[in-house]
Design a protein around this ligand. Structure first.
Ligand code: PGA
Length: 245
């Protein structure tokens, strides 16, 4: 189980982060992995504060190039140097705000792994796509096109985040989550036979719904936005995960 926090363009206070650090061993003792992904400018500071703790730090995006003339961008290697161990790529807000397409997401995932990072690749359908009955075909096509063949499945995580559930307080039914995760698993097994890539659910995960979502057999954890800014909520979500093994 991985519970990853995506702070987006928000900063929790150092006090909140300090509480997360203090409580991280309690989560680790349950066999649950944590990850916090702050904005770039906080990455180094948090990674330093968390050194030696079971609370790794990641980033929310990276460029596919190693370095060069890419104003405003940050490379995967820079994230690793700053102390990051993972990076989220293809989040729906990147796909919308920055018009990122699957082929670009795939290059970013490759760059992340080349720099030694874990790549967390996000996919998810819009409400219109779900209403039209196309959710599974849209999402499995995203999975295929966003994950290049050469990726190392051991350092790959897929996050299913229905766009309409992000930040809205709405979530799919547990059956819909299970069905989608099953479809993603089938697609992953075809591409990476025999691998056990974790598939997270994301979209309005809170302490109140975490236990039932994380209890779904095919759900390997959660990508948490809003609720990851509050230490109590974030830790409560992680502690709601079923015991490993
Ligand atoms: P949310 O965001 O938990 O605030 O809905 C999830 C995400 O976008 O990763």
């Amino acid at each position: 189980m991985l519970i990853a926090g995506n702070w987006k363009m928000n900063a929790a206070s150092m006090e909140e982060f300090g509480t997360m650090l203090e409580r991280a061993p309690e989560v680790a003792a349950k066999g649950v992995d944590l990850l916090v992904c702050p904005p770039f400018v906080l990455l180094h500071r948090l990674a330093e504060a968390a050194a030696g703790s079971p609370l790794p730090i990641g980033a929310q995006d990276c460029h596919f190039a190693e370095a060069g003339a890419h104003t405003g961008d940050v490379s995967a290697g820079m994230i690793a140097e700053a102390g990051g161990t993972a990076v989220i790529v293809g989040h729906s807000e990147r796909r919308t705000d920055h018009r990122e397409v699957d082929a670009l997401v795939a290059r970013k995932a490759e760059a992340a792994q080349a720099a030694g990072l874990k790549a967390i690749v996000c996919v998810g359908e819009t409400e219109a796509e779900r209403d039209a009955g196309n959710a599974e075909s849209v999402v499995t096509a995203q999975v295929t096109a966003s994950l290049p063949q050469g990726l190392d499945p051991a350092r790959l995580v897929v996050a299913y985040e229905p766009v309409w559930a992000i930040g809205t307080g709405r979530t799919p039914s547990l059956d819909d989550v299970a069905a989608m995760h099953g479809a993603i698993r089938e697609t992953l097994s075809a591409r990476f036979p025999g691998s056990a890539i974790a598939i997270l659910y994301g979209g309005s995960v809170k302490p109140g719904n975490a236990a039932e979502i994380l209890a779904i057999e095919t759900v390997g954890g959660a990508l948490v936005g809003g609720a990851s800014l509050k230490a109590d909520d974030f830790i409560a979500i992680a502690l709601a995960a079923p015991q490993a093994g």
